[in-house]
Design a protein around this ligand. Structure first.
Ligand code: BEZ
Length: 228
């Protein structure tokens, strides 16, 4: 009989809950999320070169995630003991201090539920015996809804600035009823959400410009500061 696969996760799915050991102690994932945004990202294996550079980069950028109410949590298919030794190398090489938890998923149970494995199955290992948990990224909002899923090949390191940019786009969109165009970065004009008609757009975004009836750009409204 064919192996039963985990239910596919899609944008809009509730992030599956799990209990796990991490480098910061045991967690229940939904309790860990609490009222925060979370970036959950996986690695194929400890003590591998690309993963080492990625974790150093996430550790360096963690203060920017924290400012946005985002908690980071990594996952690698090894034991906590192995992670702890590896973190020393990561800190030494990157000059960072890795403070966020890394899940010990030696059995790849979390990786399986989150579809972080490649095409084969949980027995899949490469010729050197490396367990192929792929490079996945999940951005999860405070309602525990999955808002972004990325899958990268083992050979290609991710881009931490891009993960942060998506957090900015999602948080901006949620707050202002806007979407963000190609290559948008904070400070650039945004797009008025197609669900907002021109009358309402005039109220919400007095400086909006109609390029086409379906493409309307606007600067973000200035934050109102309360008088002291
Ligand atoms: C790496 O992180 O460098 C890596 C991990 C697994 C397979 C290939 C590369």
């Amino acid at each position: 009989m064919a192996e039963q696969r985990a239910t596919p996760l899609r944008l809009g799915s509730i992030a599956p809950n799990f209990d796990a050991e991490t480098t910061k102690g045991p967690i229940n994932f939904h309790e860990f999320i609490g009222d925060n945004w979370v970036v959950l990202f996986s690695h194929p294996e400890d003590y591998t070169p690309v993963c080492t550079t990625e974790l150093g980069a996430f550790a360096k950028l963690e203060p920017e995630f924290t400012k946005r109410g985002v908690k980071l949590i990594g996952l690698s298919a090894n034991t906590i003991d192995s992670h702890e030794g590896w973190i020393k190398d990561i800190d030494e090489i990157s000059g960072s201090k890795l403070n966020f938890p890394i899940i010990g998923d030696k059995e790849r149970k979390v990786a399986y539920v989150y579809d972080m494995l490649d095409y084969q199955d949980t027995t899949n290992v490469d010729s050197k015996g490396i367990a192929f948990t792929i490079r996945s990224v999940f951005i999860i909002d405070p309602k525990k809804t999955i808002r972004l899923i990325l899958s990268y090949p083992a050979s290609t390191g991710r881009n931490t600035a891009e993960v942060l940019r998506v957090v900015d786009s999602l948080q901006t969109g949620d707050k202002h009823r806007v979407t963000t165009p190609i290559n948008w970065v904070p400070g650039d004009d945004v797009i008025v959400h197609p669900g907002v008609n021109n009358e309402l757009a005039k109220e919400l975004f007095p400086d909006f410009k109609i390029v086409k009836p379906y493409l309307r750009f606007t600067p973000l409204p200035k934050e109102k500061t309360s008088a002291a």
